[in-house]
Design a protein around this ligand. Structure first.
Ligand SMILES: NC(=O)c1ccc[n+]([C@@H]2O[C@H](COP(=O)([O-])OP(=O)(O)OC[C@H]3O[C@@H](n4cnc5c(N)ncnc54)[C@H](O)[C@@H]3O)[C@@H](O)[C@H]2O)c1
Length: 431
């Protein structure tokens, strides 16, 4: 497994749990040291235990020596990052191609080289070329096996997936992949074998569709606010229709995270380059960007038009709960704008504060709990719906604050209870 980030680590640990022998190769020395000492560089529920168990069982190892990891491997997974390339929105494939070259140099016999990273259509073919150029005569196949896990429930998603998609073009490669995923056949998880391009596109299509669903309900929330409707009832009313489905219909400050923003952008570029532009996804990208920017304005308006000299408490910084991932979190533009407009920001997040520090203005005060973030604040903003925020007693929260403005960007509170506690309460898409 080349890359010991979210996907490499979770996939590696789960493959080991399936009974496979897995060697994870991680290039970043600090991450590798942590992994070798039994500390995880990321927060993911249940992962520490799973890693520890499989290390103890001798099925999971960590190192930086690609040659040692690849020797004798039947499959080599590439799970390195594919961030947005600066300037043009394309996925940056530098790490993927570098890994492919390193793998080719290290291989001595047949193996399937599998991309688990989310990569644009055509990457699998390019990897095959790189391997052939680097190591002529080597026996290998390429395959695409995009990963659909969600941070926060990654292990469950990996162990009990809705489906596994495998793009592979030889029976030998398909058989290797079947063996690796053997336990999933026993639980009858759908395993779809496709062509390589199809598998590559399926990942972008899935993420773009989900991003579109989120963006749709966010627009409905704006409309609800104008006409006095309740977006949760609308979401339920449409979501109970089996053709639509209930998930990903929760309104909020706009999608973020390590996947949706970069994958929607990449699909836009893939589609444009292929001469079949995806106008829907283009619009999703711009609507979502505008929404994130508009959230700070919403908070400022709730504070009477200015936050200069005000103290704003922020609950939650990560892009969603149960992760420490801050990539493209709506908290980043929101907090930046509040500080720019003269607010003092005091924030609390259960897991993401270390990751947040390099991304947020230096003036932020980080608190040790939610109540401390509320203490003395003129306004309080819920940016991420961590469960522990739901249970905060409204009266105590209100009593700790100097002001009474509460902007709930995730609709975690009952409006009536908040008004009864004396808050000037604002949420998304409902009265
Ligand atoms: N994070 C998610 O929820 C998620 C879900 C599905 C798919 N994906 C996709 O999976 C891929 C990886 O995402 P991630 O979140 O795990 O990224 P990440 O940045 O957390 O991890 C990538 C890791 O690879 C390491 N690396 C890079 N080049 C290397 C090399 N040559 N040798 C060894 N290690 C190397 C990096 O140091 C880093 O630790 C991306 O394409 C992403 O789009 C991510």
């Amino acid at each position: 497994m080349i890359g010991g980030g979210y996907v490499g680590l979770v996939s590696g640990a789960c493959f080991a749990e399936f009974g496979n022998d897995v060697a994870v190769v991680e290039a970043e020395p600090a991450k590798l040291t942590a992994l070798r000492e039994g500390r995880l560089p990321i927060y993911e529920p249940g992962l520490e235990r799973l890693v520890a168990d499989n290390v103890t069982a001798g099925r999971l190892t960590f190192g930086n020596d690609i040659a040692a990891a690849v020797a004798g491997a039947e499959a080599v997974f590439i799970a390195v990052g594919t961030p947005t390339r600066r300037g043009d929105g394309h996925a940056d494939l530098t790490y993927v191609y570098a890994a492919a070259e390193q793998v080719a140099k290290a291989m001595s016999g047949y193996a399937v080289i599998v991309t688990k990273s989310t990569v644009p259509v055509g990457t699998g073919r390019r990897i095959a070329e790189i391997v052939r150029e680097t190591c002529p005569g080597l026996e290998f196949d390429v395959a695409s096996n995009p990963e659909f896990l969600r941070e926060g429930s990654a292990i469950g998603d990996f162990m009990r997936p809705d489906r596994v998609v495998i793009g592979a073009e030889s029976e030998r490669a398909r058989e290797v992949m079947r063996q690796i995923y053997r336990p999933l056949y026993l639980i009858e998880a759908p395993i779809l074998f496709t062509g390589i391009e199809t598998a590559e596109l399926t990942k972008y299509a899935a993420n773009s569709f989900l991003a579109m669903k989120v963006t749709f309900i966010n627009e409905m929330a704006d409309l609800c606010e104008r006409i006095g409707a309740d977006v949760h009832d609308v979401a339920r009313g449409i979501g109970l229709d089996g053709r639509i489905g209930r998930k990903f219909l929760h309104p909020g400050p706009g999608f973020g995270g390590s996947c949706f923003p970069k994958d929607t952008l990449a699909l836009v570029r893939i589609a444009q380059d292929a001469g079949a532009p995806s106008r829907l996804v283009e619009t999703v990208v711009s609507v979502n960007d505008a929404r994130k920017a508009a959230m700070a304005a919403r908070i400022i308006a709730a504070c009477g038009g200015s936050v200069r000299g005000r103290t704003v408490g922020v609950l939650g910084l990560t892009f969603k709960p149960e992760t420490d991932d801050m990539r493209d979190s709506p908290a980043v533009p929101i907090v930046a704008r509040l500080v720019e407009d003269g607010a003092t920001v005091q924030a609390f997040d259960p897991e993401g504060m270390e990751q947040a520090k390099p991304l947020l203005p230096a003036s932020i005060r980080y608190c040790t709990n939610a109540m401390e973030a509320a203490t003395g604040a003129d306004a309080l903003v819920v940016v991420t719906e961590w469960n522990e925020f739901r249970a905060l007693p409204p009266a105590r929260l209100k009593a700790a604050m100097r002001g009474n403005v509460l902007v709930d960007l995730r609709n975690v509170y009952d409006p009536a209870a908040m008004v009864a506690a004396g808050f000037e309460y604002q949420s998304i898409g409902r009265k």
